[in-house]
Structure formats: structure tokens, C-alpha cells
Design a protein around this ligand. Structure first.
Ligand code: SIN
Ligand code: CO
Length: 383
């Protein structure tokens, strides 16, 4: 279990002062930190097809980048390269635990846990991210510089590397094991490994308006919604046939606004959109489907855990009516188990004690059985 120490600030104070506002070094944010995964395991993961990985190296002043899966690292030598693995939370339970202390920010804002292994001199180069990130230094040390969020010129240092022109630093530090660097979107930064080192970044990515709107349009098309034509039976004669009148412009705008104002439709879309997995899930189906009759007992003896990277959310109001969203789909359930469903969505792991008031409830047991059989939740030893 990881305990996050935000420089004696409360979580709300941290959000008020720094979140989306300014970068900060949190010395010993994770006290007594130990890497949750070994470097060779990370290198092994980057050899797998379903894992998104990237190698960045610099030779004779020239940047190179390649996407995994990789077959070997021998040609890279002992310096100036780094290996980045996305969505480590989907593949390593131990590493996924690093996300838990950040749950004071809702899960729908979370992107993934990224790991980076670097040789001395290794770096992905100076760049700007469009997400908030908590870079937690694991073993080894890295030198980090962060610039301000004024406008900076970006350029392609390689076809797969967007870099930023040299910037003045507002932060210039050496991070040691357990230190955390928080960087909001738009602040240029560069980390260079001082020895063999690992770092783990918890990233929070917000959606752009255009990505939401375009996904909403896809949702409407998929569900054959929004096909209503603009209607104007009260039309008056115009003497300016080339004009789109203010009234007509308002009707056109209202036609689109009406779609957004329809909460049932927009919520269904948002719930499905936000729970779409960001990276491929490592779903393992049970050997034999679970029977309803056994699940009630299993809830007494075992913990249930949510698959790493699986997203399960509910809306404050419609959960009470029996709706939640899991892995890109809307799920209807009996409204009487709304509080049980909230437990499943709010917690990555539930112990027998947590669900003791639900383990005899037929509707809850039925839902859990379905989730276990889909491989979305799995049984674990109750520690
Ligand atoms: C890294 O850890 O190598 C890169 C992390 C970042 O700059 O976002
Ligand atoms: Co970055």
C-alpha cells in the first residue's frame, strides 16, 4: 500500500494551490518507495504485442524513437536511452496500486500509469504534455527541469517525437527515490536520468471539446438518434433570399443544442464514452463460468478485484434509478442495489466485510456473477 504525503497539505489544499495551476516538487511524496516492478519485467512487457511501449534514444546528438513490441535491447548500449510503457496498471497489479492514493481525483479524469526505465543520460527529450502528471521517481535519480506555461515553440525532433525549443527553468531539481514532480498541462519539461533509473507517472488527461463532440456524433449515428430534420412550418416570406436570418441561425443552433439538452441521451453517451478502456485490457475469462449459487459464498470468503484499467462509473443521480457504465456499456440493475454498485465503482478491491450486507442480495449476486464471468472482476485472496 502506498501512502501519499502532499507536503503536509490536505488533498483539497493541494488541489486549490497546484492542480492545473503550477508544477511542484513533492519531496518524499512516497516515503520508503520501492519499485513495484523490476526493470527486466518492464523490458519483458515491452516485448508483448498488446502492450504499448516506446524506446527513445539519442546517438551523436540525434534523437530516435521506435514503438514496441521490441525483440531485444542489446544494440542500445549502456547509456542515453529510455523505455516507456503505457498503461502499466492494465498489466501489473502491484504497479496499479500506485494509483490508489490519487483517488481523491475522480477516476474518470485518470488516463493511465506510465512507467519509464532509463539508462544514464536517457530521456524522452524536452516536451510539453497536454495532461496533468505526477512523476514519481523510483530507483535511481533523474535531473528534471520544468519551464513556465507561456507559449513555446514545438517541433518534431523525430517523426515520433514532438519536442519543444529550449526553455528557462522555473524548477531545476534532482529527484530521488520517493520524490514526486507534479506538472500541469502546458508546462515544458525534461527529465534526464543520472544513473539507471525508473519512474512512474500517473497521468490525468481531459478531453478536448472537439473529441467529445465528435464521439457524441458517432454515438448518435450508432444509435440512430438525432435524425430529426429542422422544421419551419411558420416560415414568412423573405425579400433577401441570400440571407440566413438571425431567427433561422437560432433555429439551427437550437437544433444542435437540443441534442445536448437531452440528458438521457447525453448521459448515456458520456457514461459509455468515459468508461471506454483507454488501452487494451488484459481480460482473463474464468475457466468455468461462475454459478449464481456459488458466488454468494465466494463473496464471504474472497475479495473481489476489478481488472486493471477497467473503468466503471455512475452518475450521482441516475445510479439511484439503476444505471451505471462499465467498460463502454450502459448497465441497468435493480435500483435497490444502487449502494452496492457504488461500492463496485468506487473501489478497486472489495473485501468480504465491505460487501457483507450485499452478499445475500440476489440482484447484487447476479450482477457480480455476470461481472466475474465477463472477466471484468476477479476473485482474490481476502488478505
Ligand atoms: C519519462 O518519465 O521518461 C517521461 C515522463 C514525462 O515527461 O511525461
Ligand atoms: Co512529459
Amino acid at each position: 500500500m502506498y501512502t501519499l504525503d502532499l507536503m503536509q497539505l490536505t488533498q483539497q489544499q493541494f488541489l486549490d494551490e497546484y492542480w492545473q495551476k503550477k508544477p511542484v516538487v513533492i519531496r518524499q511524496g512516497f516515503k520508503d518507495f520501492v519499485d513495484p516492478i523490476a526493470a527486466d519485467e518492464l523490458a519483458g512487457l515491452a516485448m508483448e504485442e498488446q502492450v504499448e511501449s516506446r524506446l527513445v534514444h539519442k546517438s551523436e546528438g540525434k534523437w530516435n524513437a521506435a514503438f514496441g513490441p521490441f525483440e531485444s535491447y542489446e544494440h542500445l548500449g549502456n547509456q542515453d536511452w529510455s523505455l516507456v510503457i503505457q498503461a502499466l496498471d492494465n498489466f501489473s497489479e502491484e504497479a496499479a496500486e500506485m494509483i490508489e492514493p490519487f483517488r481523491f481525483i475522480p477516476h474518470w479524469r485518470l488516463d493511465d500509469l506510465m512507467a519509464s526505465f532509463a539508462m544514464p543520460g536517457g530521456s524522452v527529450g524536452p516536451h510539453i504534455d497536454n495532461y496533468d502528471t505526477f512523476i514519481c521517481q523510483g530507483s535511481g535519480k533523474r535531473h528534471w527541469r520544468v519551464g513556465d506555461n507561456s507559449s513555446h515553440v514545438e517541433f518534431a525532433a523525430h517523426e515520433a517525437l514532438l519536442h519543444v525549443e529550449p526553455f528557462e527553468s522555473i524548477i531545476d531539481v534532482e529527484l530521488e527515490t520517493g520524490d514526486i514532480l507534479y506538472i500541469p498541462p502546458g508546462f515544458p519539461h525534461e527529465g534526464i536520468s543520472l544513473d539507471v533509473s525508473m519512474s512512474f507517472s500517473i497521468g490525468f488527461r481531459a478531453n478536448s471539446s472537439v473529441s467529445l463532440l465528435s464521439a457524441f456524433a458517432d454515438h448518435l449515428i450508432d444509435n440512430e438518434q438525432g435524425a430529426e430534420l429542422l422544421s419551419d412550418p411558420q416560415r414568412q416570406v423573405t425579400s433577401h433570399s441570400g440571407e440566413v436570418s438571425n431567427k433561422d441561425y437560432s433555429s439551427l443552433k437550437k437544433q444542435v443544442a437540443n441534442l445536448l439538452d437531452d440528458d438521457a441521451t447525453f448521459k448515456a453517451f458520456t457514461g459509455q464514452f468515459l468508461t471506454n478502456a483507454k488501452h487494451e485490457l488484459d481480460i482473463l475469462l474464468p475457466d468455468e463460468p461462475f454459478e449464481l449459487s456459488e458466488v454468494s459464498n465466494l463473496l464471504h470468503s474472497h475479495a473481489i478485484k476489478r481488472l486493471g484499467g477497467l473503468r466503471a462509473f455512475y452518475f450521482e443521480d441516475t445510479v439511484e434509478q439503476g444505471l451505471c457504465y462499465i467498460n463502454g456499456s450502459e448497465l441497468a440493475f435493480s435500483a435497490e442495489i444502487a449502494n452496492g454498485v457504488k461500492l463496485l465503482c468506487d473501489n478497486v478491491m472489495l473485501m468480504p466485510n465491505d460487501v457483507s450486507s450485499w452478499s445475500q442480495n440476489a440482484a447484487f449476486v447476479e450482477l457480480v456473477t455476470e461481472l466475474l464471468n465477463q472477466g471484468y472482476w476477479y476473485l482474490a485472496e481476502a488478505e
